[in-house]
Design a protein around this ligand. Structure first.
Ligand SMILES: C[S@@+](CC[C@H](N)C(=O)[O-])C[C@H]1O[C@@H](n2cnc3c(N)ncnc32)[C@H](O)[C@@H]1O
Length: 299
């Protein structure tokens, strides 16, 4: 699935989503179809919650009173009032309202988008997406429930609308509320490093650490006070020696001035299955970290 610029919000009309995203209504319809979003179910869930909220706010309210205040038919109000649980999407389809519901506490997930959504909910007022991604790559993070950020950069732009990282380096200070970084986590010896590996690995550990530092400092400069940096990384071993890249990333961010406010663990199920079925020890763990850093000005 291709990442999309469409800022899909199940609470808005197709026309409003199209205007907000700068696309046609037809494009929004295609988005809904391709992503198998059950919009009809979402509309029902929204009505269900509206009715239940009225009853919760005033237990003595009558069905006709709710119908009048919500401009719904009496029969419709009765239907939702009698329901024990919200409607569920049809088989094979997804509910965007469900996806946007507060995740009570997700610290571990097999879905990167679920983690990114949980961070948006918990630390960014449930905004639809992030302001900026500095390592957008092929946009894998934004294939499901999180739309593409407005500002996209990469040292090796691969998608339409992605600007070269050098343009982010030239941006003024403090322009974003949130920034996402996901740098390569692999070392391939410079002698055997092929052209296509240049952007998916580093030649030496020193190069990796220097880039991590440079990118964390860039995020610090681009973020407003209290802005959020989401930094994905993982540990791996080199010549059977473990390299604690994640600890080093936290130390670098903290030295830059960030506070580590949360950590999420992404479990790569395919990698777990591959390791357990082959009974081989993996050189990279089958999990990665999503660190959440907050920019706090030192007074
Ligand atoms: C793991 S990929 C990011 C994948 C992305 N999160 C996604 O969802 O598709 C790593 C990204 O870091 C970028 N990158 C590689 N070397 C870099 C460097 N030295 N400085 C900045 N970015 C670099 C690559 O171009 C690549 O897009």
């Amino acid at each position: 699935m291709k990442p999309s610029r469409i800022k899909y919000d199940p609470y808005l009309s197709l026309e409003d989503i199209a205007v907000n995203s700068g696309v046609s209504v037809e494009a929004v319809r295609r988005y809904i179809k391709n992503r198998r979003i059950d919009r009809k179910c979402d509309e029902e869930i929204i009505r269900y919650h509206k009715v239940k909220r009225k009853i919760k706010d005033n237990p003595h309210v009558t069905i006709p009173q709710i119908a009048t205040s919500l401009s719904m038919a009496i029969g419709t109000v009765r239907k939702y009032a009698d329901m024990k649980r919200p409607p569920r999407p049809s088989h094979g389809k997804i509910s965007m309202v469900e996806q946007m519901q507060p995740t009570l506490y997700v610290s571990v997930s097999e879905s990167e988008s679920e983690i990114l959504r949980a961070i948006l909910f918990t630390y960014l007022n449930n905004t639809l997406t992030y302001d900026c991604d500095l390592t957008i790559g092929k946009g894998g993070f934004y294939q499901n429930s999180v739309p593409l950020p407005r500002f996209l950069y990469d040292i090796n732009p691969l998608m339409d609308g992605v600007k070269n990282l050098s343009e982010a380096i030239n941006l003024p200070n403090e322009v974003f509320n949130s920034v996402v970084i996901d740098l390569p986590c692999a070392i391939v010896k410079p002698t055997i490093r092929r052209k296509k590996q240049i952007f998916s690995s580093f030649g030496t550990i020193e190069e990796l650490y220097a880039t991590y530092k440079k990118m964390i400092e860039l995020a610090w400069r681009l973020l407003k006070d209290d802005g959020i940096l989401v930094f994905k990384t993982m540990d791996f071993s080199l010549n059977s020696e473990p390299l604690w890249i994640s600890d080093k990333s936290v130390a670098t961010a903290v030295q830059t001035g960030f506070s580590l406010i949360d950590k999420y663990i992404y479990i790569d199920r395919k990698a777990v299955n591959a390791i357990t079925s082959s009974r081989r020890r993996a050189s990279t763990p089958a999990h990665a970290y999503f660190f959440v850093f907050k920019k706090r000005q030192i007074i």
